[in-house]
Design a protein around this ligand. Structure first.
Ligand code: FAD
Length: 475
């Protein structure tokens, strides 16, 4: 035809879903390309999401940890924070990882077409080539033909219409730029992203307020776990406003004035030096010309897919944030692999029983599968067992015994269907509970597995022993 290039698979978007799909397609012997408007692969996750936030959170956690040491006889002077060096460290981490991806694409002969892609038919994508550091168009166009397409165009920050433009009002991307540390900071939205960034800024010296419309922070996580987190983090906050709406935001010379509405909301507008808007993310489904390919997009911009990750157009797949919640990188990656295998003619299905969630705060909160709240709501009969970290020799030795590990079992079958951990390194440990759920383990399977002593991960084995009625007297 009259295309500039032709591929077995074209992936629209180079985030974790997109590059994983393209690499997997190439590994299956298919000729694959990624269309990405930015100069680097990695999408939101690597450039303005998971990885830069963790680079900052790691440093914050070390600063906080050092403060705990004073009581043990090791006292450091107050840290001197060079915000430019810290930002530079974060940028180096991103560069290292995006550079690695570029190398992996090259090794697999995956073409990267730099530009804004729009479907112009069921087998063609038009790309307005971009240049520089952003997504500025050069004026040049390319038309690409494909046998299969995988839409991995992700999501963007949800902007609230009543919030003005001002350098002191930032979204997660702006917060990661680390331009200045405010004295008083408001976080709009008490979800993972807001609380992670709040943790960083608070450790750097900011006082925090958080406003959340729902009745608790970290929606989706087990309430008993969040309670422990909240107790450990009270010192960061002046005011945690739950069941409260933000109704007006006004930028004045001396600060950002915010008006709240709710039974416990402050009567007068409150002044802040920085406002972080972390009120959710919107899918990019309406921005890619999907209608020209006949791909159905919902009112809100999500694309519906079946278990093979196919859209209503069978040779066009969609994966990642653009297909719905949870908007998490590990979900996107697994969906990407499924889509690629189907492009290669295998019959693959996205059939995960559970997808874990983690707040990489201090302490971390991690949860997977059925929560107690969900069990109650859905009428699932459960038994639960909790192992408090005060009984973990390792947690006590670390001086961080505020954690807990909880397992949730289906009362009828005895199989594990959920679990949650609050405490240091919780995110690194939740994978074992995910595996146990996927394998249909019961308490005995987990409790009789010998975990190394003394470790925090041992708390999972101990929680299972609690469920078995075994006395856990190891510490
Ligand atoms: P994206 O990462 O959104 O990538 C989509 C890509 O497509 C982008 O690069 C975009 O430029 C490109 N694109 C879109 N439209 C076009 C077009 N028309 N033409 C060309 N290119 C286009 N998740 C976790 O699992 N763990 C975490 O710790 C975590 N932390 C986060 C922290 C923050 C601050 C944020 C904002 C998010 C975080 N997430 C985290 C969520 C995670 O970043 C997303 O779930 C993940 O990036 C989704 O991947 P994706 O491939 O679907 O899309």
């Amino acid at each position: 035809g009259n295309a500039d290039a032709e591929y077995d698979v074209v992936v629209l978007g180079g985030g974790p879903g997109g590059y994983s799909a393209a690499f997997a397609a190439a590994d299956q012997g298919l000729k694959a390309a990624i269309v990405e408007r930015y100069a680097t692969l990695g999408g939101v996750c690597l450039n303005v999401g998971c990885i830069p936030s963790k680079a900052l959170l790691h440093n914050a956690a070390v600063v906080d940890e050092v403060k705990h040491l004073a009581a043990n006889g090791i006292k450091y002077p107050e840290p001197e924070i060079d915000i430019d060096l810290l930002r530079g460290y974060k940028d180096k981490v991103i560069a290292k990882m995006t550079g690695g991806l570029a190398g992996m694409a090259k090794a697999r002969k995956v073409d990267i077409i730099r530009g804004n892609g729009q479907f112009v038919g069921a087998n063609h994508l038009q790309v307005a080539l971009t240049q520089g550091n952003g997504s500025e168009e050069s004026g040049e166009q390319k038309t690409i033909a494909f046998k299969n397409a995988i839409i991995a165009a992700g999501s963007r920050v949800l902007h609230l219409p009543f919030i003005p433009q001002d350098p002191r009002i930032v979204d997660s991307t702006g917060a990661l730029e680390l331009k200045f540390v405010p004295e008083k900071m408001l976080i709009i939205g008490g979800g993972i992203i807001g609380l992670e960034m709040g943790t960083v800024y608070s450790t750097l010296g900011a006082r925090l307020d958080v406003v959340e419309m729902m009745d608790g922070l970290m929606q989706g996580a087990d309430r008993d776990m969040v309670k422990i987190w909240q107790k450990m983090n009270e010192h960061r906050f002046d005011n945690i406003m739950l069941n409260t709406k933000t109704v007006a935001v006004e930028a004045r010379d001396d600060g950002i004035y915010v008006t709240f509405e709710g039974s416990k909301a402050p009567a007068e507008p409150v002044r802040y030096d920085m406002v972080l808007v972390a009120a959710g993310r919107a899918p990019n489904g309406k921005l890619i010309g999907a209608e020209n390919a006949g791909v159905a997009v919902s009112e809100r911009g999500f694309i519906e897919v079946d278990k093979q990750m196919r859209t209503n157009v069978p040779h066009i797949y969609a994966i990642g944030d653009i297909v719905g919640q949870p908007m998490l990188a590990h979900k996107a990656v697994h969906e990407g692999h499924v889509a690629a295998e189907n492009c290669a003619g295998h019959k693959a299905y996205f059939d995960a029983r559970v997808i874990p969630g983690v707040a990489y705060t201090d302490p971390e909160v991690a949860w997977v599968g059925v929560t107690e709240e969900q069990a109650k709501r859905d009428g699932i009969n459960i038994t639960k067992s909790v192992f408090p970290w005060a009984a973990s020799g390792r947690a006590v030795a670390n001086g961080r015994s505020e954690g807990a590990t909880k397992l949730i079992f289906d009362a009828a079958s005895g199989q594990i269907i959920g679990g949650a951990i609050v405490g240091t390194n919780a995110g690194d440990m939740i994978g074992e509970i995910c595996l146990a759920i996927e394998m249909g383990c019961d308490a005995e399977d987990i409790g009789r597995t010998i975990h190394p002593h003394p470790t925090l991960g041992e708390s999972i084995g101990m929680a299972a022993e609690v469920a078995m009625g075994v006395c856990t007297d190891l510490p």
